[in-house]
Ligand binder design. Structure first.
Ligand SMILES: [Zn+2]
Length: 107
């Protein structure tokens, strides 16, 4: 019985491609979640909740711990938003979480 020499390698390549695809899908999915993009900000009562809420989220790619790198105020298409920029300590994946402060909506 002759075995196909390529089978192991091509199977591994297919696995790697699937892993990359999965990461891209998870990343895309995370952006569609509330807070995943400026179009879908999470409502918050006050700015002091931004960092607490951001720290409570796991990495969407590997469920690892996210480290908060920046908490910034941004104005996007007239909306005043807060963004928490985070990096996963496990896989290095980056994640942005967007918030809209209800108090600032009144201004
Ligand atoms: Zn991760």
């Amino acid at each position: 019985m002759a075995k196909k020499k390529l089978s192991t390698r091509s199977a591994r390549r297919a696995g790697e491609r699937a892993a990359v695809k999965l990461t891209q899908d998870l990343d895309k999915l995370a952006r569609l979640e509330p807070g995943g993009s400026p179009e879908r900000p999470l409502p918050l009562e006050s700015a002091s909740q931004v960092e607490v809420t951001a720290r409570g989220k796991p990495c969407p790619l590997c469920r690892g711990e996210l480290r908060l790198e920046e908490h910034a105020a941004e104005s996007i298409r007239g909306a005043r938003l807060r963004v928490a920029r985070m990096m996963c300590v496990a896989c290095g994946g980056r994640r942005e979480l967007w918030f809209r402060l209800s108090a600032e909506m009144l201004n």
